[in-house]
Ligand binder design. Structure first.
Ligand code: DC
Length: 238
Protein backbone atom coordinates (compact mmCIF):
# COMPACT_ATOMS: atom_id res chain seq x y z
CA UNK A 1 0.00 0.00 0.00
CA UNK A 2 2.70 2.45 0.99
CA UNK A 3 4.40 1.75 -2.38
CA UNK A 4 1.28 2.95 -4.21
CA UNK A 5 1.08 6.12 -2.15
CA UNK A 6 4.78 6.80 -2.72
CA UNK A 7 4.44 6.18 -6.45
CA UNK A 8 1.45 8.51 -6.72
CA UNK A 9 3.08 11.29 -4.73
CA UNK A 10 6.31 10.92 -6.71
CA UNK A 11 4.34 11.25 -9.94
CA UNK A 12 2.53 14.29 -8.58
CA UNK A 13 5.86 15.87 -7.71
CA UNK A 14 7.36 15.33 -11.17
CA UNK A 15 4.28 16.06 -13.37
CA UNK A 16 4.13 19.69 -14.51
CA UNK A 17 1.09 21.60 -13.20
CA UNK A 18 -2.02 21.46 -15.37
CA UNK A 19 -2.09 24.40 -17.71
CA UNK A 20 -4.91 25.94 -19.73
CA UNK A 21 -3.75 27.42 -23.04
CA UNK A 22 -6.07 29.62 -25.15
CA UNK A 23 -5.08 30.08 -28.79
CA UNK A 24 -7.20 32.50 -30.81
CA UNK A 25 -6.95 34.17 -34.19
CA UNK A 26 -8.49 34.29 -37.65
CA UNK A 27 -8.37 31.39 -40.11
CA UNK A 28 -5.13 30.59 -41.92
CA UNK A 29 -2.84 31.71 -39.12
CA UNK A 30 -1.76 28.15 -38.31
CA UNK A 31 -3.95 27.83 -35.20
CA UNK A 32 -4.93 24.19 -35.63
CA UNK A 33 -1.52 22.85 -36.64
CA UNK A 34 0.16 24.84 -33.88
CA UNK A 35 -2.37 23.92 -31.19
CA UNK A 36 -2.25 20.19 -31.95
CA UNK A 37 1.54 20.10 -32.04
CA UNK A 38 1.92 22.11 -28.82
CA UNK A 39 -0.61 19.89 -27.02
CA UNK A 40 1.08 16.71 -28.27
CA UNK A 41 4.56 17.92 -27.28
CA UNK A 42 3.46 18.95 -23.79
CA UNK A 43 1.14 16.00 -23.12
CA UNK A 44 -1.98 18.17 -22.99
CA UNK A 45 -5.49 17.62 -24.34
CA UNK A 46 -6.63 19.58 -27.40
CA UNK A 47 -9.95 21.12 -28.35
CA UNK A 48 -10.86 22.54 -31.78
CA UNK A 49 -13.82 24.82 -31.03
CA UNK A 50 -14.27 25.76 -34.69
CA UNK A 51 -15.01 22.09 -35.38
CA UNK A 52 -17.87 22.27 -32.86
CA UNK A 53 -19.43 25.29 -34.61
CA UNK A 54 -18.95 23.51 -37.92
CA UNK A 55 -20.60 20.37 -36.51
CA UNK A 56 -23.71 22.18 -35.34
CA UNK A 57 -23.89 23.95 -38.72
CA UNK A 58 -23.61 20.61 -40.56
CA UNK A 59 -26.41 19.16 -38.43
CA UNK A 60 -28.65 22.17 -39.17
CA UNK A 61 -28.04 21.91 -42.92
CA UNK A 62 -28.88 18.18 -42.78
CA UNK A 63 -32.00 18.68 -40.73
CA UNK A 64 -33.81 21.31 -42.78
CA UNK A 65 -33.06 24.25 -40.49
CA UNK A 66 -33.10 27.55 -42.39
CA UNK A 67 -29.64 28.87 -41.53
CA UNK A 68 -30.68 32.30 -42.74
CA UNK A 69 -33.15 32.51 -39.85
CA UNK A 70 -31.56 33.13 -36.41
CA UNK A 71 -34.81 32.25 -34.61
CA UNK A 72 -34.95 28.82 -36.28
CA UNK A 73 -31.28 28.25 -35.47
CA UNK A 74 -31.87 29.22 -31.83
CA UNK A 75 -34.83 26.81 -31.50
CA UNK A 76 -32.86 23.89 -32.96
CA UNK A 77 -29.54 24.61 -31.22
CA UNK A 78 -29.92 22.15 -28.32
CA UNK A 79 -31.02 19.19 -30.47
CA UNK A 80 -27.74 17.73 -31.78
CA UNK A 81 -25.37 15.93 -29.41
CA UNK A 82 -21.83 17.02 -30.22
CA UNK A 83 -18.90 15.07 -28.77
CA UNK A 84 -15.26 16.11 -29.21
CA UNK A 85 -12.36 13.69 -28.73
CA UNK A 86 -9.40 15.62 -27.28
CA UNK A 87 -6.35 13.51 -28.19
CA UNK A 88 -4.16 15.98 -30.15
CA UNK A 89 -2.72 13.19 -32.28
CA UNK A 90 -6.20 11.97 -33.31
CA UNK A 91 -8.91 14.55 -32.54
CA UNK A 92 -12.46 13.43 -33.32
CA UNK A 93 -15.89 15.00 -33.57
CA UNK A 94 -19.24 13.23 -33.72
CA UNK A 95 -22.79 14.51 -34.06
CA UNK A 96 -25.47 12.18 -32.66
CA UNK A 97 -22.85 9.44 -32.68
CA UNK A 98 -21.90 9.94 -36.35
CA UNK A 99 -18.34 10.84 -37.39
CA UNK A 100 -18.51 14.43 -38.68
CA UNK A 101 -14.81 15.11 -39.19
CA UNK A 102 -14.98 14.97 -43.00
CA UNK A 103 -18.34 16.63 -43.76
CA UNK A 104 -17.69 19.65 -41.50
CA UNK A 105 -14.86 20.75 -43.83
CA UNK A 106 -17.02 21.11 -46.96
CA UNK A 107 -17.40 24.46 -48.70
CA UNK A 108 -21.10 24.48 -47.86
CA UNK A 109 -20.46 24.26 -44.12
CA UNK A 110 -17.59 26.78 -44.33
CA UNK A 111 -19.82 29.32 -46.05
CA UNK A 112 -22.63 28.99 -43.45
CA UNK A 113 -20.76 28.54 -40.17
CA UNK A 114 -20.37 32.26 -39.43
CA UNK A 115 -24.15 32.78 -39.57
CA UNK A 116 -24.85 29.85 -37.26
CA UNK A 117 -22.05 30.66 -34.80
CA UNK A 118 -23.29 34.26 -34.48
CA UNK A 119 -26.55 33.15 -32.83
CA UNK A 120 -26.31 33.75 -29.04
CA UNK A 121 -28.17 30.52 -28.10
CA UNK A 122 -25.66 28.51 -30.13
CA UNK A 123 -22.73 30.26 -28.45
CA UNK A 124 -24.15 29.75 -24.95
CA UNK A 125 -24.54 26.01 -25.53
CA UNK A 126 -21.18 25.49 -27.22
CA UNK A 127 -19.37 27.67 -24.68
CA UNK A 128 -20.80 25.52 -21.85
CA UNK A 129 -19.59 22.40 -23.61
CA UNK A 130 -16.12 23.89 -24.08
CA UNK A 131 -15.82 24.89 -20.42
CA UNK A 132 -16.81 21.44 -19.20
CA UNK A 133 -14.28 19.78 -21.53
CA UNK A 134 -11.53 22.13 -20.30
CA UNK A 135 -12.48 21.52 -16.66
CA UNK A 136 -12.19 17.76 -17.19
CA UNK A 137 -8.73 17.86 -18.77
CA UNK A 138 -6.57 16.62 -15.89
CA UNK A 139 -3.17 17.49 -17.35
CA UNK A 140 -4.37 20.68 -18.99
CA UNK A 141 -5.56 21.55 -22.47
CA UNK A 142 -4.89 23.68 -25.52
CA UNK A 143 -8.16 25.23 -26.72
CA UNK A 144 -8.20 26.96 -30.09
CA UNK A 145 -10.85 29.31 -31.44
CA UNK A 146 -11.89 32.93 -31.77
CA UNK A 147 -13.16 33.89 -28.30
CA UNK A 148 -11.34 31.50 -25.98
CA UNK A 149 -9.17 34.09 -24.23
CA UNK A 150 -11.90 36.73 -24.09
CA UNK A 151 -15.03 34.73 -23.25
CA UNK A 152 -14.76 30.96 -22.92
CA UNK A 153 -11.72 30.72 -20.63
CA UNK A 154 -10.89 34.26 -19.48
CA UNK A 155 -8.76 32.80 -16.65
CA UNK A 156 -6.59 30.70 -18.99
CA UNK A 157 -2.97 30.43 -17.82
CA UNK A 158 -1.70 31.68 -21.14
CA UNK A 159 -3.40 33.35 -24.09
CA UNK A 160 -1.91 33.46 -27.56
CA UNK A 161 -3.35 35.47 -30.45
CA UNK A 162 -2.04 34.35 -33.83
CA UNK A 163 -2.12 36.73 -36.80
CA UNK A 164 -0.77 36.76 -40.37
CA UNK A 165 -1.24 38.93 -43.43
CA UNK A 166 -4.38 38.16 -45.50
CA UNK A 167 -2.10 37.12 -48.39
CA UNK A 168 -0.20 34.59 -46.28
CA UNK A 169 -3.42 33.24 -44.78
CA UNK A 170 -5.11 32.83 -48.16
CA UNK A 171 -2.02 31.11 -49.59
CA UNK A 172 -2.00 28.62 -46.68
CA UNK A 173 -5.74 27.88 -46.95
CA UNK A 174 -5.55 27.61 -50.71
CA UNK A 175 -2.70 25.11 -50.39
CA UNK A 176 -4.87 22.96 -48.11
CA UNK A 177 -7.77 22.71 -50.57
CA UNK A 178 -7.07 20.97 -53.91
CA UNK A 179 -7.80 23.06 -57.00
CA UNK A 180 -8.85 26.15 -55.06
CA UNK A 181 -8.44 29.64 -56.47
CA UNK A 182 -6.16 31.95 -54.45
CA UNK A 183 -8.06 35.21 -55.11
CA UNK A 184 -11.43 33.60 -54.31
CA UNK A 185 -10.00 31.99 -51.15
CA UNK A 186 -8.68 35.37 -49.98
CA UNK A 187 -12.02 37.06 -50.62
CA UNK A 188 -13.99 34.34 -48.77
CA UNK A 189 -11.54 34.40 -45.86
CA UNK A 190 -11.74 38.20 -45.47
CA UNK A 191 -15.54 38.00 -45.61
CA UNK A 192 -15.68 35.28 -42.92
CA UNK A 193 -13.23 37.18 -40.67
CA UNK A 194 -15.35 40.33 -40.99
CA UNK A 195 -18.47 38.38 -39.98
CA UNK A 196 -16.66 36.67 -37.07
CA UNK A 197 -15.12 39.94 -35.84
CA UNK A 198 -18.26 42.01 -36.34
CA UNK A 199 -20.86 39.85 -34.58
CA UNK A 200 -22.38 41.10 -31.33
CA UNK A 201 -21.86 37.98 -29.17
CA UNK A 202 -18.23 37.20 -28.31
CA UNK A 203 -16.61 38.25 -31.59
CA UNK A 204 -13.15 37.24 -32.76
CA UNK A 205 -10.92 39.46 -30.62
CA UNK A 206 -7.54 39.56 -28.96
CA UNK A 207 -7.74 39.47 -25.16
CA UNK A 208 -5.98 42.38 -23.48
CA UNK A 209 -3.55 39.97 -21.80
CA UNK A 210 -2.87 37.81 -24.87
CA UNK A 211 0.56 37.50 -26.46
CA UNK A 212 0.30 38.32 -30.16
CA UNK A 213 2.41 36.23 -32.54
CA UNK A 214 2.55 37.36 -36.17
CA UNK A 215 3.13 34.17 -38.16
CA UNK A 216 3.44 35.79 -41.62
CA UNK A 217 7.20 35.27 -41.89
CA UNK A 218 7.47 32.24 -39.61
CA UNK A 219 7.52 28.55 -40.46
CA UNK A 220 5.10 26.29 -38.62
CA UNK A 221 8.02 24.81 -36.68
CA UNK A 222 9.03 28.29 -35.50
CA UNK A 223 5.49 29.13 -34.35
CA UNK A 224 5.25 25.83 -32.46
CA UNK A 225 8.61 26.44 -30.78
CA UNK A 226 7.57 29.95 -29.79
CA UNK A 227 4.30 28.77 -28.20
CA UNK A 228 5.92 25.77 -26.48
CA UNK A 229 8.47 28.16 -24.94
CA UNK A 230 5.76 30.55 -23.74
CA UNK A 231 3.73 27.71 -22.20
CA UNK A 232 6.83 26.19 -20.60
CA UNK A 233 7.65 29.52 -18.95
CA UNK A 234 4.13 29.73 -17.54
CA UNK A 235 4.26 26.15 -16.22
CA UNK A 236 7.59 26.80 -14.57
CA UNK A 237 6.19 29.91 -12.88
CA UNK A 238 3.09 28.08 -11.52
O1 DC B 1 -11.51 27.63 -37.02
P1 DC B 1 -12.58 27.32 -38.06
O2 DC B 1 -12.36 27.97 -39.37
O3 DC B 1 -12.82 25.85 -38.19
O4 DC B 1 -13.92 27.95 -37.44
C1 DC B 1 -15.13 27.87 -38.12
C2 DC B 1 -16.02 29.03 -37.74
O5 DC B 1 -16.48 28.87 -36.41
C3 DC B 1 -15.40 30.41 -37.83
O6 DC B 1 -15.77 31.04 -39.04
C4 DC B 1 -15.97 31.17 -36.67
C5 DC B 1 -16.57 30.12 -35.77
N1 DC B 1 -15.91 30.05 -34.48
C6 DC B 1 -16.35 30.87 -33.50
O7 DC B 1 -17.25 31.68 -33.73
N2 DC B 1 -15.83 30.79 -32.24
C7 DC B 1 -14.85 29.93 -31.97
N3 DC B 1 -14.36 29.85 -30.73
C8 DC B 1 -14.35 29.10 -33.00
C9 DC B 1 -14.88 29.19 -34.25
Amino acid sequence: MSTTVETVSAAARTAPPAVIVAIDGPSGTGKSSTSKAVAAQLGLSYLDTGAQYRAITWWMLNNGVDVGDPAEIATAAAKPVIVSGTDPTAPTITVDGEDASGPIRTQEVTSKVSAVSAVPEVRTLITGLQRSIAAGAERGIVVEGRDIGTTVLPDADIKIFLTASPEARAARRSGEVKGSDLAATKEALIKRDAADSGRKTSPLAKAADAVEVDTTELTLAQVIECVVTLVGEKQAAK
